[in-house]
Write a protein that binds this ligand. Structure first.
Ligand SMILES: Cc1cc2nc3c(=O)[nH]c(=O)nc-3n(C[C@H](O)[C@H](O)[C@H](O)COP(=O)(O)OP(=O)(O)OC[C@H]3O[C@@H](n4cnc5c(N)ncnc54)[C@H](O)[C@@H]3O)c2cc1C
Length: 162
């Protein structure tokens, strides 16, 4: 597991459930004492040095080369990179954008409406974490329901005004 964000410690602990795990600090600071104790309990070893290169044949990784000259064999390298919005549309519309340990995301209320009335968003772009297909689908359903409801309400208001 590669240290990339404050959540990487937590992710390393999850991954250690699957097998022997090395936590690559990649030159970053050591985790705090509580995290180190938890790592020890889970047999997660720490490689403090910065990574120099990844080696392997084809799509397979074989080992990580560290700048201190050591090379550690690995079968896979997990990373949890922070996400960013792929378009400026939300920003251009004036939607409030938040920032968290997993990256930037659009703020929405429980009905998936953004901070701009009438603008809705759903899925990963609205979540500071917990990126799964199930949540994204549920968000989409909620946004669709809310949009439909708002259109009906708007139509009724329009009829009354005419
Ligand atoms: C490697 C990996 C493994 C994963 N494994 C799992 C798993 O096992 N189980 C699970 O539940 N979840 C998994 N996830 C998470 C899951 O894929 C996401 O939570 C889910 O796809 C989010 O759905 P979404 O519709 O919000 O976003 P996305 O699926 O990212 O869909 C957004 C779509 O919008 C398009 N788009 C972006 N910008 C624009 C633009 N400007 N104009 C037009 N189109 C645009 C993109 O091309 C994309 O098709 C995994 C994610 C990754 C990266």
């Amino acid at each position: 597991m590669l240290q990339l964000s404050p959540m990487s410690h937590h992710q390393a602990q999850l991954i250690s459930e699957w097998g022997p795990t090395t936590y690559f600090l990649n030159g970053a600071e050591q985790p705090d004492a509580a995290t180190l104790a938890e790592f020890a309990r889970r047999n997660i070893s720490i490689a403090p040095a910065a990574i120099d290169a990844l080696h392997g044949a084809g799509g397979d990784l074989s080992h990580v080369q560290l700048v201190d000259g050591s090379a550690l064999p690995i079968e896979a390298l997990f990373i949890g990179p922070p996400t960013k919005l792929n378009s400026h549309v939300a920003e251009q519309l004036g939607c409030r954008i938040n920032s968290g340990p997993f990256g930037t995301y659009i703020e929405v209320d429980e009905m998936k409406m953004t901070s701009v009335a009438g603008v809705y968003a759903a899925g990963d772009i609205t979540r500071g974490g917990g990126h799964t297909v199930t949540f994204a689908c549920a968000d989409g359903v909620m946004a669709a329901l809310a949009i439909h409801r708002s259109l009906i309400t708007s139509a009724a208001q329009l009829e009354r005004a005419l």
